[in-house]
Design a protein around this ligand. Structure first.
Ligand SMILES: Cc1cc2nc3c(=O)[nH]c(=O)nc-3n(C[C@H](O)[C@H](O)[C@H](O)COP(=O)(O)OP(=O)(O)OC[C@H]3O[C@@H](n4cnc5c(N)ncnc54)[C@H](O)[C@@H]3O)c2cc1C
Length: 421
């Protein structure tokens, strides 16, 4: 193989966007991917091996994800609107006493105010309390809210901050609340569509359209550079090019050795990693109306939405909780018990999922900054170093954590390497 102009590492949405833009500019690109497939944390597969094609990684896009929507149209894919929420149910007792009701309403208003301030870039509220650098647990303690309010926030945390309450930054939750005027329960209103047949297929088509040379099933282990070019080593080969885009998330970079070393700020952010550790399950059940949304009592499966009906009249429920003790998302009996708690009339037929935390090429779910280390994941910390540019949704300049952020970061990294002499 003759040397390409640019090597892109990672065939997720960030890598696909970078590859396409660099190839469109007339440069020869080689894409190296550790897995056998494109899409990274965007992963569609047949439920249970022979069921409908479902998204086991990321799924929803919002109305403001314009770049992604344009790519979906450009590459001949379609959008599927999310099923309307027909019924909302909260497990557990609501606020018990009149004073609890007052405290509950006051807390909702305080969180809304904090989230709007944070959206404006203001990191201290009118009480002088910090909105960044504080974990979700400490933030909840500070609110001194009733147990029922805490359980509601905990449920929405599994689809926002999605990590250990004691370690992940409360700002992840507040940022998600800000989508709908500060209301935790409003964030789902912005999950408007999914891509058909799947986000991984979009990445695949973008890469095919680029005409890039592709290398699959080969993980990059070393990245070295000097003023002339870069050398990328995998388990199987060594690749040379004038420049490189590492389209890898912050946890994925932990397995790569750099020469020379990266900046201290990047090295620290990589060592710390991010704390995204939710599980996402699909549960096939009977007796559950499509459109029903149930939030839990602060334990086990905390969030479940009956997302679509199967051809046989069964329902596919998408469910989230935290990967922590005593949760057992791979255990059919545990999932059945949890589903019975959330949907007492359901008959669970089966479940399926992908373990992103244990996945060696993901090492976590969507990005969740650790409290006190939020700055390490800001885009300002991820500027190119020499001939190596970085691209991931994890540290995107906009829409971080979303597929849209991956595309924006990939295209920005493409511009950076195209600007190199
Ligand atoms: C369960 C779950 C639910 C989510 N829900 C949503 C959602 O509803 N909406 C939304 O917008 N986003 C969602 N996300 C987040 C979204 O999936 C990610 O933000 C996005 O896919 C990240 O894209 P990326 O290109 O930055 O990284 P990735 O998709 O992780 O791509 C990185 C690629 O690099 C490869 N790789 C890793 N290590 C190496 C190596 N050493 N050598 C070569 N290749 C390597 C990986 O295999 C992967 O293909 C969700 C994520 C998960 C896990």
């Amino acid at each position: 193989m003759s040397n390409p102009d640019v090597i892109v590492v990672g065939a997720g949405l960030a890598g696909a966007a970078a590859t396409l833009k660099i190839a469109k500019a007339g440069r020869r690109v080689r894409l190296i991917e550790a897995r056998t497939r494109c899409g990274g944390r965007g992963y569609v597969k047949a439920y249970g091996g022979d069921g409908p094609e479902l998204e086991f990684g990321g799924a929803w896009i919002t109305p403001s994800h314009h770049r992604l929507r344009a790519l979906v149209a450009e590459h001949g894919l379609a959008l599927r609107p999310r099923h309307a929420i027909t019924n909302r149910l909260r497990l557990g007792d609501g606020p018990a006493s009149p004073s609890d009701v007052t405290a509950h309403e006051r807390t909702i208003a305080r969180v809304a105010a904090d989230s709007i301030l944070l959206k404006k870039g203001i990191t201290t509220n009118e009480r002088g309390e910090a909105l960044t650098g504080i974990s979700f647990r400490d933030y909840l303690d500070r609110l001194q809210c009733p147990a029922a309010t805490r359980a509601i926030f905990s449920a929405w945390w599994t689809v926002s901050g999605n990590g250990a309450h004691a370690h992940v930054a409360a700002s992840e939750f507040l940022a998600s609340c800000a989508y709908d005027n500060g209301l935790a329960e409003g964030m789902i209103n912005f999950w408007s569509d999914t891509v058909v047949p799947g986000m991984g297929v979009l990445a695949e088509r973008m890469i095919a359209a680029s005409g890039a040379e592709t290398v699959f099933s080969d993980a990059v282990t070393h990245v070295a550079q000097d003023t002339q070019g870069v050398m990328i080593a995998t388990g199987a080969a060594t690749h040379l090019a004038a420049a490189c885009v590492l389209a890898l998330g912050v946890n994925q970079l932990q397995t790569i050795r750099f020469a020379p070393l990266l900046s201290p700020a990047k090295s620290k952010a990589i060592t710390l990693g991010h704390g995204g550790r939710s599980f996402k399950l699909w549960i096939r059940a009977e007796g559950v109306p499509v459109g029903m949304l149930v939030t839990g009592d602060g334990s086990g499966i905390e969030f479940a939405f009956a997302e679509r009906s199967g051809e046989d009249g069964s329902t596919y429920i998408v469910a989230f909780g935290l990967m922590q003790e005593p949760n057992r998302p791979s255990d059919a009996a545990w999932v059945r018990d949890q589903a019975a708690k959330l949907f007492p009339n359901a008959r669970v037929l089966s479940h399926d999922w992908h373990d992103w935390v244990d996945d060696p090429f993901a090492r976590g779910t969507w990005v969740a900054a650790l409290a006190g280390h939020e700055a390490g994941l800001e885009a300002a910390n991820w500027q190119p170093e020499g001939r190596v540019a970085f691209a991931s949704s994890d540290y995107a300049p906009e829409q971080a954590g979303w597929f849209e952020g991956a595309v924006i970061a990939g295209e920005a990294a493409a511009d950076a390497v195209l600007g190199l002499r």
